[in-house]
Design a protein around this ligand. Structure first.
Ligand code: PLP
Length: 413
């Protein structure tokens, strides 16, 4: 059967991600994998969940296993409104929508905002799931590079007048300001302010995706763009996936009430409601104060792993390789010397039982061929040392074989 003739035009751009294709290779049990970017299952609070589940099912099992309101359970929305208000966005439960993970939030935003060929500003490199959701609604993605302070708002500002002249103003900008996936970079306060100013001046919205902000190793990240927003221009996405566990599939959206109402309509036809049981588990974990304690533990544990990976990169990687030094989240972004193909290194690395993600998949136009994303979240310190040492060897051999004089590409170091 040839299905091509039946596919809608928007399905044409939906391709298996190169990153996912590699996952089956990288997730073999004997491979030290820095590819996944998952939270470590070692920290899931299994004991708490197992004890709490007994109470939960006894006390409210009939509601917890029933359909629920499309916008999410009121108690969880109230809890999240309180949290967002404390973090600087004063709001009520009417401003909160519970989603099946923040990924669903991105899809719903695409569904209500994007017409084919609309322009959406994206980070380059950017989060694959966000880039994919935007692409699936047939938007034209406008990539804007990052440096160590985050989105190059100066480069964006230089592009906007031209777009305005052509009547092609962006609908929104999609950004991950805290410990970004894939680079680990945190956007400075000045850049957050400037992005918001540009959004006001050129009249576009901002989709702020923040799953990593709480996994912070030093102090706290700058205030969210949502908390700086006085006009309702920013749509914020939060998630329990990295701070609790992704399997419950609970995230949330915080935005102006009018937008939330529209998105509730879109969500109703997508899934009727989010996971009712997951919402109750998340609420009990968060409202009893356990979540805050847990996040502190996670930050301390992930910081140790980040330290080990940075130390090992320093020790084992040859001259000419550079990398970011994230203050939170799960990822380090590595730039190999010009002329080195990350994909070729990855293929050799898999043979020697170590894996990372080839960075070109995080670019809209296939750039970044000499880059890679390294997640430190899942591996043990011993595995990190073993994997990075192996990669160091491969890189040295590659540089020698190709007689490449290490010329650092320090764009994101
Ligand atoms: C930047 C970013 N946004 C969103 C998501 C999706 O998270 P969720 O599990 O909340 O759907 C991820 C997952 O890795 C992510 O890295």
């Amino acid at each position: 059967m040839n299905y091509e003739q039946f596919y809608a035009r928007r399905a044409g751009g939906m391709k298996k991600s190169a990153i996912r294709e590699f996952f089956s290779l990288t997730e073999q049990p004997d491979v030290v994998s820095f590819a996944g970017g998952f939270p470590s299952g070692d920290y899931f609070p299994l004991q708490f969940i197992s004890e709490m589940m007994q109470d939960l099912l006894r006390e409210e099992g009939k509601i917890a296993l029933q359909y629920g309101p499309t916008e999410g359970s009121r108690e969880l929305r109230e809890y999240l409104a309180g949290k967002m208000s404390r973090e600087g966005y004063k709001c009520t439960a009417e401003n909160i929508l519970i989603t099946n993970g923040s990924q669903q939030g991105m899809d719903l935003i695409g569904k209500i905002l994007i017409d084919p060929q609309d322009i959406v500003i994206v980070e380059e490199p950017g989060y694959v799931g966000g880039l994919g959701a935007i692409h699936s609604y047939q938007a034209d993605r406008l990539p804007v590079p990052l440096d160590e302070e985050g989105l190059r708002v100066d480069m964006l500002a230089a592009k906007l007048p031209e777009l305005q002249k052509k009547g092609r103003m962006p609908k929104f900008a999609y950004v991950v300001p805290n410990f970004q996936n894939p680079t680990g970079i945190c956007m400075s306060l000045a850049r957050r302010r400037r992005l918001l100013e540009l959004a006001q001046e050129y009249d576009f919205l901002i989709l702020e995706d923040n799953p990593y902000g709480e996994i912070c190793f030093k102090g706290s990240p700058p205030p969210s763009i949502k908390s700086l927003d006085k006009e309702g221009r920013v749509i914020y996405l939060g998630s329990f996936s990295k701070t609790f566990c992704p399997g419950i599939r609970i995230g949330w959206m915080a935005a102006d009430e009018e937008l939330i109402e529209k998105i509730v309509c879109a969500k109703g036809s997508t899934d009727l409601c989010s996971n009712s049981l997951g919402q109750r588990i998340a609420y009990r974990f968060a409202s009893t104060g356990r979540l805050d304690e847990h996040v502190a533990l996670l930050a301390a544990q992930y910081k140790k792993k980040r330290d080990v990976m940075l130390d090992c990169m320093e020790k084992y990687f040859p001259e000419g390789v550079s990398w970011t030094r994230p203050e939170g989240g799960f990822f380090i972004w590595v730039t190999f010397p010009k002329g080195i193909s990350a994909r070729e290194i990855l293929l050799k690395a898999i043979e020697r039982k170590v894996a990372f993600v080839d960075g070109s998949g995080f670019y809209v136009n296939g750039n970044g061929k000499n880059t890679g994303r390294f997640a430190f979240s899942e591996s043990s310190p011993e595995e990190i040392e073993k994997g990075i040492a192996n990669l160091g060897e491969i890189l040295r051999e590659e540089l020698q074989a190709r007689e490449i004089v290490p010329c650092p590409d320090r764009r994101l170091a």
